[in-house]
Design a protein around this ligand. Structure first.
Ligand code: 13P
Length: 348
């Protein structure tokens, strides 16, 4: 394992003031999002949409990296350059989602495990050869009656550890993502406790499987009250609890931390990130790795103006500028426009 190379990639991916675009939604997820705004979802419409995002003028000033999906990894811009080559040429690191989605955890109703380890070393070698410098694997942890079980947390930690070590052996930085879902009617306190349990088991397992912690990036959810709890999001409470659980349960040698938006409104995700950054300095560089929080408004704009790409790119650019500002704790929260778009839950 080339630990120096891994740490160099990590440094690039968490360069202050920029973040990561998650554009790795599989076709099924795209279908739901496109359906919601009345756009036909085909391989070509997905290519057009992703091309619009990646070629947005100035996006590279807010982005360190983009997470792609296998289809997108191989697709090309209108000018015939692969998206991954286009991004690299603009100093934006291309990454690849390598998990193959969720399956039921047998014996544990409503709990999930993420599949995709079979053949992963071979797939990883292929992606590394083609220029991917980082990867992503998402596990989900559900909070509910009797959940999460220790077995679910343990089983997901195990696949994340095996995935992470396979990545590092191929010279690829793993984004290790144990997403604690926003869905449910739990309290913030329960969410914080579950994140703490998850991190404790995860890092113990990563160490046991000889993963080089400075060569990984943790992709995490924030501490939130459940979406169906009826409790409004209190941004200061989210920031306090999130910082507290990270500081106490994530080893300080971990390379960096990025946040998913998880189905929060765009404004909530941006303000929460801003408040978290304002509580720094932290032991790690921390930034965004959002999909919905930066893309929902863009899709909506695209549906309304299919022939005015520049106007749609402007919407995306504005979201990126806000997310970059939030990652430094410099977001002018007063200036955020009203969020009228209801996010859709992630269904992979
Ligand atoms: P959201 O920001 O929409 O949660 O997506 C980020 C992501 O990559 C989840 O795996």
């Amino acid at each position: 394992m080339d630990t120096q190379k891994l740490e160099e990639i990590v440094r690039k991916l968490v360069t202050a003031g920029k973040g990561i675009l998650a554009a790795d939604e599989i076709a099924n997820t795209c279908q739901k999002r496109f359906d919601a705004v009345g756009i036909e979802c085909t391989e070509e419409s997905r290519r057009q949409y992703r091309g619009l995002l990646f070629t947005t003028p100035g996006a590279e000033h807010s982005l360190n990296g983009v997470i792609l999906y296998d289809e997108t990894f191989c697709q090309k811009t209108d000018a015939g350059q692969t998206f991954r080559a286009y991004l690299s040429a603009h100093d934006v690191v291309p990454g690849i989602k390598v998990d193959l989605g969720l399956i039921d955890l047998p014996g544990f109703p409503n709990e999930k495990l993420t599949q995709g380890l079979d053949g992963l070393p071979e797939r990883m070698a292929k992606y590394a050869e083609a220029g991917a410098l980082f990867a992503k694997w998402r596990c989900v942890i559900t909070i509910g009656e009797g959940m999460p079980t220790d077995e679910c947390i343990g089983a997901n930690a195990l696949v994340l550890a095996r995935y992470a070590r396979i990545c590092q052996d191929a010279g690829i930085v793993p984004f290790v993502e144990p997403e604690v879902l926003f869905d449910g009617n739990h309290t913030s306190e329960q969410c914080e406790t579950v994140l703490a349990r998850t991190f404790d088991v995860l890092f113990q397992t990563l160490r046991a499987f000889r993963v080089h912690l400075p060569g990984i990036i943790l992709k995490t959810s924030m501490v939130l009250p459940g979406k169906d709890s009826g409790v409004a999001i209190d941004h200061n409470e989210v920031a306090d609890r999130t910082c507290r659980v990270l500081h106490a349960h994530v080893p300080h040698e971990v390379g960096g931390i990025v946040f998913l938006s998880g189905g929060q409104t765009s404004n909530d995700a941006l303000i929460n990130l801003n408040r978290i950054a304002q509580r720094g300095p932290h032991p790690w560089n921390m930034t965004f790795s959002f999909s919905r929080a930066v893309q929902d408004a863009v899709l909506k704009a695209w549906a309304g103006k299919r022939d005015d790409i520049a106007a749609v790119q402007d919407v995306f650019h504005q979201k990126l500028v806000l997310a970059s500002a939030a990652s430094k704790g410099g977001l002018d929260e007063e200036k955020l426009e009203h969020d009228d778009f209801v996010s859709h839950s992630q269904d992979l």
